[in-house]
Design a protein around this ligand. Structure first.
Ligand code: DON
Length: 587
């Protein structure tokens, strides 16, 4: 750069800074500029991976550079997270993948866990019909039949270009040779030490027998490496009918103490991922592609978008009390419907078309008073006296991948709670999920996340528990614009909603939209959850004046990982959530 160019450049920089500062009057005419600054998104000319882990994102980018497409890379990232982020990354859990190919075809792969043959409606209830404490959250009976290996291998086989061995080898290596523990992993392992200490094998592997890993130390998982080695040699089916399946059944037999094992090789052999039509809608003219049941996420997201589309959120301003009020009222109503109607569509009739129709949204929106909070008792069903407060955990994980051709994968998967049911399969080194708690263990009473759910989501053999995971893709003029998803239990749906509104209504880039403070309401309990420093005192007070109730203490929500295509250049912009220090890696 010549000196003159440098001078012109710095003058323009100063001018831009001056204009941006002077364009921030107290009248909220430029709301986007009023709140905290964000880092710029990560940039990649060809491809991008956003995930909670730098190591996993790098594994994905390496696959892209080797000629793999977004699906190959996503499968590699999913497998790598099972090694490097064991609180949520998994072989023993399940999830959902929404794919849009560059040719316009979109699809959704449901690899949600299923109830084992031994599951039935009252399995978590005692003889008086009361919930048996922790029965659906800890221990063997909390686990559903895992779907991750079946789902990822299905996606690879149908939509990928590479072989299973090619995408699984990096994870085998990471498990065998180890990787340096990073700060968030150290924090997560130490934070979960009570639960992880309940079971000796889990304590041995994940807490090094009571001497937890410090950041920078190398974490090796030889038993897990052996599972990968077997799956590489024999194919992913090994997990469902080979030695790994037998190890799962053996762990179940030991726990059953001579009784009937909760999950058997037969259950594993019967597991099937399901490819489903994704849900689609438009929001202010932009096409939204998202996950259908057995996730409630897509249905609730669409219902909320349909309700909110009638209000000029842009004019109200990001972060304004009026915008927050309308979002909360939409959330309240969508979650009341979730409680009543949603469940596994292979078992119950879910009125998806009605819930996602604009006519229905008109009817629902007519009950919203723009100046006054509704009460949840008046809005829906349930048992408000019995609700539990929300639990703090962010232990599902989402990743997004875009390749050079514009194929995109938006994937959320989980063990449910942090480190699932806390049980490590002896000899296999991986944790099992506690997804059975996503059913209504006692219909009408709150589950771990305080969600009240009905008979539509009652426990049954071979049924999939209702989820809130909401992997989503947004198009502009028919072309990929951005994709995003998040962990956070029920807060997932509202996190995705708010990222979408931040981009579409408020014009934020993907990084700022993710960074922006979030709020959450789930009908019951009737309270707004908000993030530390997320609402200014005057906004909080105004909302209280309108009749809204708040949690006692704010807490962070979600870990959204997204990618956006830059308008003029086509550059892939990575948005990574600062809440868990996510990483976007591009090339
Ligand atoms: O599928 C669901 O909705 C839950 N199992 C997700 C759990 C989750 O996001 C955990 N993080 N808080």
């Amino acid at each position: 750069m010549s000196n003159t160019t440098k001078r012109v450049f710095s003058f323009l920089l100063c001018l831009a800074l001056f204009l941006s500062l002077s364009a921030a009057p107290a009248t909220f005419t430029k709301p986007v500029r009023l709140r905290a600054a964000s880092r710029p998104p990560a940039r990649g000319q060809h491809g991008m991976v956003s995930s909670v882990s730098e190591i996993a994102s790098q594994v994905g980018v390496d696959v892209l550079k080797r000629g793999g497409n977004a699906i190959d890379a996503a499968v590699a990232v999913g497998l790598a997270l099972a090694v490097v982020w064991p609180s949520a990354g998994n072989l023993g859990g399940g999830g959902f993948m929404v794919i849009r190919l560059a040719n316009g075809k979109a699809t959704a792969i449901d690899y949600r866990e299923m109830g084992p043959a031994a599951a039935h409606r009252n399995v978590y209830l005692d003889s008086k019909g009361e919930y048996i404490k922790e029965s659906s959250t800890y221990g063997h009976k909390a686990a559903g039949v895992p779907g991750t290996v079946a789902g990822l291998s299905y996606a690879l086989e149908k939509y990928g270009k590479l072989k299973w061995a090619d995408v699984a080898e990096p994870s085998r290596k990471l498990a065998a040779e180890g990787f340096p523990v990073w700060h968030q992993l150290e924090r997560s392992l130490k934070g979960a030490s009570n639960g992880l200490s309940r079971y000796p094998e889990t304590k041995r592997i994940f807490l090094r027998n009571g001497k937890p890993y410090e950041a920078g130390e190398i974490f090796k998982q030889p038993e897990l490496a052996a599972v990968f080695a077997r799956m590489i040699k024999e194919g992913p089916g090994e997990f469902y009918h080979g030695k790994t399946a037998q190890l799962i059944e053996a762990a179940m037999r030991r726990a059953a103490n001579g009784g009937k094992p909760w999950m058997t090789v037969e259950d594993l052999k019967n597991y099937k991922p399901v490819e489903r039509e994704p849900l689609r809608t438009t929001y202010r003219g932009h096409e939204i592609i998202t996950m259908p049941p057995p996730s409630s996420g897509g249905v609730a997201l669409i219902e909320m978008l349909n309700i909110l589309e009638r209000y000029d959120l842009k004019a109200l301003g990001a972060g304004s009390s009026q915008e927050a009020h309308l979002k909360v009222e939409a959330m309240r109503r969508a979650f009341a419907d979730r409680a009543e109607f949603l469940g596994d569509p292979d078992f119950v009739k879910v009125p998806v078309a009605g819930l996602t129709s604009r006519g229905y949204a008109d009817k629902v929106a007519a009950t919203i008073d723009p100046q006054r909070a509704s009460t949840s008792e008046a809005v829906g069903h349930g048992d408000p006296a019995a609700y539990m407060s929300l639990k703090e955990s962010e232990e599902t994980t989402h990743f997004t991948v875009v390749d050079k051709d514009g194929n995109v994968v938006s994937n959320t998967y989980t063990l449910n709670d942090s480190y699932g049911n806390k049980i490590t399969v002896e000899g296999a080194g991986f944790l099992l999920n506690n997804e059975m708690d996503d059913f209504a263990p006692q219909p009408g009473k709150p589950n771990f996340y305080g969600l009240i759910q009905g008979e539509a989501n009652a426990v049954a053999a071979r049924k999939r528990p209702l989820s809130s995971m909401t992997p989503t893709i947004v198009l502009k003029e028919g072309k990929l614009w951005f994709a995003v998803g998040s962990p956070g239990g029920p807060t997932i749906i509202n996190t995705v909603l708010q990222v979408l509104i931040n981009v579409i209504d408020h014009g934020m880039d993907i990084q700022r939209a993710i960074d922006w403070p979030r709020i959450h309401h789930q009908w019951m309990p009737d309270q707004i959850t908000y993030e530390p420093y997320g609402l200014s005192p005057d906004v909080l007070n105004r909302l209280k004046e309108m009749g809204h109730k708040f949690v006692d203490r704010p807490r962070n929500m979600g870990d959204a990982e997204g990618i956006m295509i830059e308008d003029k250049t086509g550059v892939r912009l990575g948005g990574r959530d600062p809440r868990l220090d996510g990483h976007s890696v591009g090339y």
